[in-house]
Write a protein of this length. Structure first.
Length: 122
């Protein structure tokens, strides 16, 4: 009897430990499998890039235009009865490409002027 109780407690604790990991879900492209949260995170990255002056005005406008285009594509896909697996993967791929472009634009030295510039180190 004690062995059955001990085994069931071990099994129960293993299940409870694995619940938080399973709640996160599969992380495919982008920041996660939730497209809306990925879009919100990318919008926040663009806003932070503008506020920290790591994005120029033209870079920010270009990135915002691309994010708005992805949002419109998603709205059209959802209006036709939800997202299929293929549509979700397509959106995640586009969001990943945009995330990489945001990172590239935020980490170039165009706006920060770090390093040797006009005969002076900054």
């Amino acid at each position: 009897m004690k062995r059955i109780i001990a085994t069931s407690l071990i099994a129960l604790s293993a299940v409870l430990i694995s619940l938080p990991a399973n709640a996160q879900g599969y992380r495919g492209y982008g920041y996660g499998n939730n497209i809306n949260s990925t879009q919100a995170q990318l919008q926040a990255r663009i806003n932070n890039g503008i506020a920290s002056r790591r994005l120029s005005r033209s870079e920010a406008q270009k990135l915002q235009f691309k994010l708005n285009r992805i949002n419109n594509i998603e709205a059209q896909m959802r209006s036709s009865g939800g997202l299929s697996f293929r549509e979700r993967n397509n959106l995640n791929r586009q969001l990943t490409n945009l995330r990489n472009e945001i990172n590239r634009d935020m980490n170039d030295f165009e706006r920060r002027r770090i390093g040797f510039f006009e005969r002076y180190w900054r």
